[in-house]
Design a protein around this ligand. Structure first.
Ligand code: KIV
Length: 260
């Protein structure tokens, strides 16, 4: 049975951990979906892992929609969530409605994700939810603000900063978000937020007490050149692919392929 936002809330109530991974094309999406991942996210990290940008900032709405359409064709069971790129929702709730509306109509996604907290983003989340668009929030290290943070740095370190992240998460829940990503924050803050909220928290460097975990799939597979400290590499596909390519190259050059 396909995953819904309501099911994710139930998973939290039942203490069942939620598995989330990112996808950027049809084959990756199909593989993750068939492996039983609960939520497939077309994260704007695809700017870095699929398009070669240094940050997520340059990604456009057209670019993410193009990738999300391919991902949609590979997903049958997981809940599909698509990121709103930088500056496609920060201007006003109306701008966010237009951007999220395009994502929902053109890609077949079941929800959108956006970064940031209150007051402006919580107001925007409220408007999207009123329009019937399920929204996932994202607080802590919000990569679209990388230049404001001075790098991909851990957030919520001081008591005041931690309080602010907690308040943002509460404001997003009150605005109607169905789930929230907690990125690169201290473990005890992840615990506090996860205990306080009724909606599921999804950690990425958010500690072991979140209601689910997400990784950028290119990191998990060892495809990306660089991984953040909180990522775990489960297989080194970069090396595996290089070895396969070297075997093919040798066989072609030595006339052993195709007839070897
Ligand atoms: O852009 C992304 O891939 C994300 C997730 C990793 C949370 O925001």
């Amino acid at each position: 049975m396909p995953i819904t936002t309501q099911k994710l809330t139930r998973f939290k109530q039942e203490g069942r951990q939620i598995v989330v991974l990112t996808a950027w094309d049809y084959l990756i999406a199909q593989t993750l979906d068939q492996a039983g991942v609960d939520v497939i996210m077309v994260g704007d990290s695809l700017a870095m892992v699929a398009l070669g940008y240094d940050t997520t900032v340059p990604l456009t709405l057209d670019e993410i929609i193009h990738h999300a359409k391919a991902v949609r064709r590979g997903v049958k069971n997981a809940l599909l969530v698509v990121d709103l790129p930088f500056m496609t929702y920060q201007e006003s709730p109306e701008q966010a409605l237009r951007s999220a509306g395009r994502i929902m109509k053109e890609t077949g996604a079941q929800a959108v994700k956006l970064e940031g907290g209150y007051p402006a983003i919580a107001t925007t989340v409220f408007r999207l939810v009123q329009a019937g668009i399920p929204v996932m929030g994202h607080v802590g290290l919000t990569p679209q603000s990388v230049h404001q943070f001075g790098g991909f740095r851990k957030q919520g370190n001081s008591p005041e900063a931690a309080e602010r992240v907690l308040e943002e998460a509460i404001a997003l829940e009150q605005a109607g978000a169905f789930s929230i990503v907690l990125e690169h924050i201290p473990e005890d803050l992840g615990l506090r937020i996860s205990q306080k909220l009724h909606i599921p928290t999804i950690g990425i460097g958010g500690g072991s007490h979140c209601d689910g975990q997400v990784l950028v799939t290119a990191d998990l597979l060892g495809l990306s050149e660089w991984q953040p400290s909180f990522a775990k590499v489960y297989v080194n596909l970069r090396d595996t692919i290089a070895q396969a390519v070297q075997s093919f190259s040798s066989e072609v050059r030595e006339h052993r392929f195709p007839n070897g």
